[in-house]
Design a protein around this ligand. Structure first.
Ligand SMILES: C[S@@+](CC[C@H](N)C(=O)[O-])C[C@H]1O[C@@H](n2cnc3c(N)ncnc32)[C@H](O)[C@@H]1O
Length: 254
């Protein structure tokens, strides 16, 4: 009989992250393709994944042979990525670090900031601090790529009726997360979800969760990057899928 890990706040935190972010795969070919394109002939690229979470992007990059550093402000996610990389024997180093104060003491051929992480940073001051850090960590011929969502369609609870929740069974405990609104709140985008956990005993817990994203467009981020001393390169795009909105990607050189 397999041992069932008992729930802890850290385990729930990782499971919600995996449920709500981990299933997104539409951008993985973009990130691994970018790394392949910039790797030296026959060699591995040094890659930094900023805001790596539990490694949705860092692990495939490492599996493709790139020496990857994942950095995140969240120590629980960092510990989980460290464990997953070790389990799979993958070359991932992990650093608990605020994206607004990067000081990793090395330079990278690719710096990736996937999945709107830049929109979680506090306003233009937070973004500028991250961009200055990226400038200091980018190899002379390196490239940085920052994904944003610049178009959202607000909806309320009545529009969300019938939306299927993301659901996953972890060792018999079911986690379900249902989006119930996207609204504008104090100049930011609020993503509201209702989360429910059903334990094998039938015990249920329901909570709400709100993620706040800064409103950001490509031109603003490019202007901020140029002011931080980065070179603005042609933009890229990650296409929308039936389940997920697409992203625009600001591309930057040293
Ligand atoms: C939307 S998740 C994306 C996770 C992962 N990059 C992915 O694509 O699946 C945003 C991540 O950014 C991290 N984060 C938020 N603010 C941060 C900050 N100031 N510095 C570093 N990481 C941050 C969160 O802890 C979370 O792991």
């Amino acid at each position: 009989m397999s041992a069932v890990a008992s729930r802890t706040p850290d385990l729930d935190h990782v499971r919600w992250h995996d449920l709500e972010c981990g299933g997104y795969t539409a951008d993985l070919a973009f990130w691994t393709g970018l790394a392949r394109e910039h790797a030296p002939a026959g060699g591995a690229l040094r890659v930094l994944d900023v805001g790596c979470g539990t490694g949705r992007v860092a692990l495939p990059l490492a599996a493709a042979g790139h020496r990857t550093v994942g950095s995140d402000v969240d120590p629980v996610f960092c510990a989980e990525l460290d464990r997953r990389a070790a389990d799979r024997g993958l070359p991932v180093a992990v650093a608990v670090a605020n994206a607004c104060a990067l000081d990793l003491g090395e330079r990278f051929g690719l710096i990736a900031v996937p999945m709107q992480t830049v929109q979680l940073l506090p306003g233009s001051a937070g973004r500028r601090a991250m961009l200055v850090g990226i400038r200091r960590h980018l190899a002379p011929d390196g490239v940085a790529a920052i994904a944003i969502v610049d178009q959202v369609e607000p909806f309320g609870p009545e529009d969300a009726i019938g939306l299927a929740p993301d659901m996953k069974d972890f060792d018999g405990t079911v986690y379900a997360s249902r989006p119930v609104g996207v609204t504008l709140v104090d100049g930011r985008i609020a993503l509201d979800r209702v989360r429910e956990i059903v334990e094998p005993s039938g015990h249920r817990e329901q909570t709400t969760d709100r993620t706040l994203l800064e409103i950001l467009d490509m031109a603003t981020l490019e202007a901020e990057a140029a002011a931080a001393g980065l070179r603005v390169l042609p933009r890229a795009e990650i296409a929308a899928t039936t389940e997920h909105v697409g992203s625009q990607v600001v591309m930057l050189g040293a």
